[in-house]
Design a protein around this ligand. Sequence first.
Ligand code: FAD
Ligand code: EPU
Length: 332
Amino acid sequence: MISIRPYNTFKVSHKVGDIISATSKEEVCSILADLDNPIILGGGSNVLFTAHTNRPVIVIDIKGIDVLEQTDKSVLIKVAAGEQWHDFVVWAINNDFGGVENLSLIPGKCGAAPMQNIGAYGVELSELLERVHCIDRLSGKATSFGREECQLSYRDSIFKGAYKDKFVITAINLRLTKYPYHRINISYGDIKKLLGDRYINQPTIKDVSDAVIAIRSSKLPDPSCLPNAGSFFKNPIIPMTQFQKLKEYFPLLPSYPISEKRCKIPAGWLIDQCGWKGIMIGTVGVHIRQALVLVNHGTKNGKDILFLSKLIQSSVKDKYGIALEPEVNFIP
Ligand code: FAD
Ligand code: EPU
């Protein structure tokens, strides 16, 4: 048995059967053939281990970035699953390829990006993703899925639903823009304000990336200093009728419209309003600047974090009648 601590950003120390790095598609296939029900891990930045397990872990370390085709306007890129997402963003910006700048500084690897359709600051992976290359865990055969088949939506995909634990993602194809066809997106208020403060009127993709990095660094704890897995819960999506009723009791309740019938509520606001921000229970706590982020001040046991998350869910449910759903993936 071996500790998972170096492989998860929550820095819990549960034991697993084995930890094996896979650096090619072929290695993934041969390891899959040898192991019984392995856990697949990228950078471990969106998981919470809650118990010891005999299951072995395969860490996806396949590298490579290839330009598949180029037109005047765009470029199609294949990125291997083991590339660090932010390193890829930096590579794209250095090559003046646009589309991923708003997704700067998201931890983890490219292979995990379609799992929950990573998103930030007004952009989701679904806007760029063309294809996901996989290995079927049962047959060991290579296959691929187009964007539509992946059923990407807010923090969700078919890989968390019908295809859960059925495929290992080995690479993704993304369509990025070339200058002057970039689609600069500064719709997120914080970005617009920061660019204004910097007197930047016509931002480049690098300006947007720098702004996103500055905003994220001011709000979100760096997991290498304070272990965490980013947002612990998803922002709940509720019917507009429920929102309107709640608004009578809580006039300041914020919301973002999704459609005429539904809206998204910031879970961080709900948790904050329940008084959780900065609270510690033993060696786990709620981040002082972002109530949606649970932080580990020293526990080795993921159950302590799970316990805190359940207390938070209960208090939000009691006060607002809203059930918070975890964004983090629990293992085992
Ligand atoms: P892991 O945590 O290793 O795995 C996540 C899940 O995907 C697990 O279920 C795992 O089994 C599965 N998986 C991983 N790789 C593969 C593969 N190759 N094939 C099949 N299954 C696989 N997310 C956002 O969307 N937006 C944000 O703004 C954001 N900010 C964050 C900020 C911080 C400080 C942190 C710590 C996290 C943040 N996250 C954010 C969450 C996280 O970074 C993303 O979900 C990221 O894509 C996870 O990548 P990973 O490689 O660490 O995945
Ligand atoms: N808020 C509070 N108190 C808090 C935290 C937030 O009142 O403690 C309020 C803010 O004032 C703001 C609103 O909630 O009005 C939204 O906050 P923020 O802009 O920080 O974004 P978020 O909804 O908390 C989401 C994503 C993040 C992503 C950011 C930026 C989810 C679950 N989280 O956070 O993704 O980086 O928007 O786009 O959708 C992640 O998934 O791990 C993650 C960090």
